[in-house]
Structures are given as C-alpha cells and as structure tokens.
Design a binder for this molecule. Sequence first.
Ligand code: NAI
Ligand code: ENO
Length: 375
Amino acid sequence: MQKFQRIVIIGMGLIGGSMALALKKSGFEGEIIGYDVSKDTLEEAKILRAIDTSCADPKEAVKDANLVVMAVPVGYYAEIFKEIAPFLPENVVVTDVGSVKGYVEDVVDAYLPRDIQFLGGHPMAGSEKGGLGASSPSLYENAYYFLTPNKNTTEDTIAALEALIRNMGAFPVVVAADEHDKIVAQISHMPHLVAVLLANTLERRNSICYTPFVGGGFRDTTRIAAGNPHMWRDIFFYNQREILEGIEVLEVMLKEFKEILRQERTEEVLDTLKKAKTIRDAIPLGARDYIPPLYELIVDVEDRPGVLGELTQLIGDNYINIKEIEILHAREGERGAVRIALSSKEGQEKAFDLLKNGGFPLTYRKGESEDVGNQ
Ligand SMILES: NC(=O)C1=CN([C@@H]2O[C@H](COP(=O)(O)OP(=O)(O)OC[C@H]3O[C@@H](n4cnc5c(N)ncnc54)[C@H](O)[C@@H]3O)[C@@H](O)[C@H]2O)C=CC1
Ligand SMILES: O=C(O)C(=O)Cc1ccc(O)cc1
C-alpha cells in the first residue's frame, strides 16, 4: 500500500489546519507543506507547528507531493486546479474535504489530468467557527469521513487514504458522490437552511426585540446558522438539486402541520411530536463529537452581589476546573440559577458535594430537577 511522505494542504483554515494538527498528533513522520492565500495564516500555521514548511506558491508546493489535500471553499477549486495541474507529479494522489461531492467530480473531470488519482473526501466534523484559530488536533476524532471514489480511483489509493483517516481518529465511509450529496443534503444542508431561516425570524417582526430573551432551545437549534455565509452559499448552489428536494418535503410537512393545528386535531399534533422525539432519541451519541462531553450542574443561587465569586472560589480552591459557566436568566423570582460544566464525571460529583454542603443546597446534576413534570 502506498504511504504518503509529503502532504500538501491547500487552505490552512479550520479543516485544513485541523488536518495538519491531527496528522502531527497521530505521529505522522513525513513532511507537511501548507499553502494558503493568506500570508498571515501561513505564518500562524508555522508558529503553531501545524506545518513543517510554508509555501507561498501552490505550483511550487505540489511539485514533489505524494498527497495534495484541497481544503479551501469548493468555489476556488477550478482556479487552483488550473494553476497546479501542469506541476502535479506522476504518482500523486489528490483529495479534498469539500462539503459537496458531485460538483467536485465535475471540476476534477474538467481541470485535472486523467491520469491523476483523485479521491473525494468529506469529514463530517467541523464547526460554525472558521479559520485556523478555530482548528483543533482532535477535530476529526470519532467523526465519519466520507470518501467518494471516481471511476479511475484505484483500490490502493482508497486503502492509503483510509489508513491516514483512521490514524487521525476518524471513520472512513466509502460512498458514491451522488449518494453522498443526498445524505448530506438531509443531515447537514437542510438543518443549516432551517437554522438560518429560524434565526432570521427574530429579525422579521422587528417591533419587538426578541434576542435578549433567547434561551438554550433557540441557541441549540440555530448554532450552525453562525457559519460562514460565503461557504454556505456555495454549498447551497453546488448541491442545489438535493436541497430543492429537501425544501419540497419540508413544505409539505409544514402545510400538513399547519392544517392539523388550525383544525385542532390534538392527537395528530401529539403524534407528530412523539414521532420526532423517538427519532431524535435514537440518534447515537458521540458518533462524531469532537467536543468532549461536559458534566453539568445547575445551582440555584440567591440573587445578591458576590454569590458567583463564592461559588467559583469554592470549586477553584478544590482544584476543580470549570469548563463553562452560564447565568440562566430564564428563571423567575428572587433566585437565579447558574449552570456550570465540568470535564469529568468525577469533577461533577466532587463539585456537587462541595456545593451542596458548602452553602448551595439547591444544586442539581443537569436534568435531575428539570425533568420533573415534563413527562
Ligand atoms: N466548516 C466546516 O465545518 C466544514 C467545512 N468543510 C469544507 O472544508 C473546506 C474549507 O472550509 P473551512 O476550513 O471551514 O474554511 P476556512 O474559512 O476556515 O478556511 C479556508 C482557508 O482557505 C483559504 N483560502 C481561500 N481561498 C483560497 C485560495 N484561492 N487559495 C488558497 N487558500 C485559500 C483561506 O484563507 C482560509 O485559510 C470547504 O470546502 C468546506 O466545504 C468540510 C467539513 C466541515
Ligand atoms: O458545526 C457542526 O455541527 C457541523 O455540522 C459542521 C459542518 C459543516 C459543514 C460540513 O460539511 C460538515 C460539518
């Protein structure tokens, strides 16, 4: 099986930067060469030791490469392929991380020489935050990573890239490009559209300012709407057919729900909610979660100055590290509530005992108090 010794990453942002860091973390001993249109990003990648060599010219970067990874927005592939194609060495493998795969096949057919091995890729890991600054060596851990061979891709190329992906802690899944585009339209592109439209509803009726009252539910369902608008515009156009089909399905569902609600068909409304709960509950936990799980506590506190300091000091003095802290404004009355998140179950248990016995008797493990009455 082919082994890659010189890997060139074109685009050192969130996905390219994370790949470089993940390769380093996996013990990859070859050379990683980075190219990015932004000189500052390249400089930063060197400082972070994500890459061994930075190269300001993509033609120069690829000339001795074994593997070239395209990690720029898909809209730039054509111009980059045109530029690098004459300089690609004979046995190089070219891959990418783009969120759509059918369109990428067309660009490859149009601009890469026929004898170049291309294997499309798409890690199902990422974030609404872009750029090298948001990259992480563990981004790919436990993530599914689609690979979409074309008719020329050899078994050897697939095996070599699968090995690299496994080394980064991800799970390669080989599918056809058109199948990939159908799957991601449903699980990634439609959710993005819905999040975007939902976020925009807050703007629509602007006689009321809604945003200060937004709580966890709205935040959870709209997080991805904060993603890069240019990247997502490209994705919507390059997977237009599948997304238009998704919109039609959604339109029918919305119309049906509107009718059953208007006609007060309570059983059918309940059935719709129950079905969603069953489907949502069945989604496996942690299939891709590069964000480590957090162990949360909810602490009901008196609404008085200094209370937050007392709480954090109690935990800090006992060498427990708080990963997140949030004041929950949604609660009414004299008392407030604070959500704290710890990185381990042990930390959660220790903090729970400390708080309960240290002046905060109304401390709960997340879910403990809130589920009551919600059946
Ligand atoms: N953001 C996400 O969560 C995910 C993104 N992807 C795909 O990964 C690719 C990259 O996305 P991100 O890393 O999120 O974007 P990003 O914005 O974080 O990074 C893109 C990088 O490419 C550079 N760049 C742009 N045009 C260039 C050009 N012509 N030549 C060289 N460098 C150029 C930028 O300076 C930037 O450093 C996209 O194709 C996207 O569809 C795939 C999975 C997840
Ligand atoms: O932030 C998240 O949860 C994502 O799902 C990120 C993401 C964005 C684009 C992709 O093609 C794949 C993953």
